[in-house]
Design a binder for this molecule. Structure first.
Ligand code: C2E
Ligand code: MG
Ligand code: MG
Ligand code: MG
Length: 290
């Protein structure tokens, strides 16, 4: 990246070189500032989680929620995880941040009724950090959440770094009784061999494949193939990013088991989730009284 800019700068003369140097300096500085801010964001209470429902497509029943991290920056407002997570990963700040996510999500889910699941995203750096399985174990004990209600979502980039170590860690995690889902299936590097090499419990097809699955023949073919792989391997498939009723009915007619997306429910703060539970409870008791 730096080399390219330098090359361009040289070919364009001295002043341009200074210009690029200045611009790159700015970018690097902004990144250092963000790294610094991320180190303090947990203790400054700038993070919160939102929860997005995951539903069974045949009955519409709620299975659980995925916890998604939000950063409310004191000056710059909400910053998207797509922007700050890569920075937190590179600086290592994702390890304490991820632990906060795990703790907060498990503690919330421990208070929910029934057997609702909680899905938590775990990044590569976190998965490979020292004692990660021990951390998960401790959080489960501290929050009282049953292990079978926790599912961690891992993208393929987390696995390819060090396959051997990733496998050891995943086995330790599974030994705790928790579930492991492959996130963003199809977008990574060598999805199929990863599926074979690692003990996943679920496949999450990336939302980009669900877009227009009901109207685009290519999209439909790919999704049907993934559903076939899931069936063959005995793994449930979750479709991410379901945005329309057309996409939903296509997926249901192809026996995709689970869905998640704006059409089924937006990510919402814990207060809204709890209010929803109360409304459901009220409806049930009204129905019983009638
Ligand atoms: P992901 O785990 O694949 O999460 C799904 C993303 O799709 C979320 O974006 C969600 O808000 C968005 N989404 C849900 N339904 C729809 C839909 O119908 N249409 C569209 N277009 N998008 C939908 P979000 O919250 O911005 O998170 C982006 C990514 O950041 C996540 O992708 C995940 O990789 C990462 N992330 C989020 N929270 C955490 C976290 O706590 N830890 C780590 N390590 N990564 C996280
Ligand atoms: Mg995810
Ligand atoms: Mg995903
Ligand atoms: Mg993603």
């Amino acid at each position: 990246h730096a080399d390219t800019a330098l090359y361009r700068a040289k070919s364009e003369g001295r002043d341009t070189y200074r210009f690029y140097e200045h611009e790159m300096g700015q970018e690097a500085r902004a990144r250092r500032i963000m790294e610094h801010e991320l180190r303090h964001a947990v203790s400054r209470r700038e993070f919160h989680l939102v929860y997005q429902p995951q539903k069974k497509l045949d009955t519409g029943d709620l299975i659980g929620y995925e916890a998604l991290l939000r950063w409310r920056h004191p000056e710059r407002g909400n910053i998207s995880p797509g922007v700050f997570i890569p920075v937190a990963e590179e600086s290592g700040a994702i390890v304490p941040i991820g632990e906060w996510v795990l703790q907060t999500a498990c503690s919330a889910a421990a208070g929910w009724k029934d057997d609702l699941m909680i899905a938590v995203n775990v990044s590569a750096v976190q998965l490979h950090s020292v004692n990660f399985p021990q951390t998960v174990h401790r959080v489960l004990l501290e929050t009282g959440l049953s292990p079978h209600r926790l599912e961690i979502e891992i993208t393929e980039t987390a696995l390819v770094r060090d396959m051997h170590r990733a496998l050891t860690t995943l086995r330790q995690l599974k030994a705790l009784g928790i579930k492991v889902a492959m996130d963003d299936f199809g977008t990574g590097y060598s999805s199929l061999s990863n599926l074979r090499a690692f003990p996943f419990d679920k496949i999450k097809i990336d939302g980009s494949f669900i877009r227009q699955v009901d109207t685009n023949e290519q999209a439909a073919t790919i999704v049907k193939a993934v559903l076939g792989i899931g069936r063959g391997l005995g793994l449930p498939v979750l479709a991410e990013g379901v945005e329309t009723s057309g996409e939903l009915s296509f997926l249901a007619s192809e026996f995709c088991q689970i869905g998640q997306g704006y059409y089924l429910g937006r990510p919402s703060p814990i207060e809204d989730v709890l209010r929803e539970f109360e409304t459901e409870e009220q409806k049930r008791s009204d129905a019983n009284a009638a």
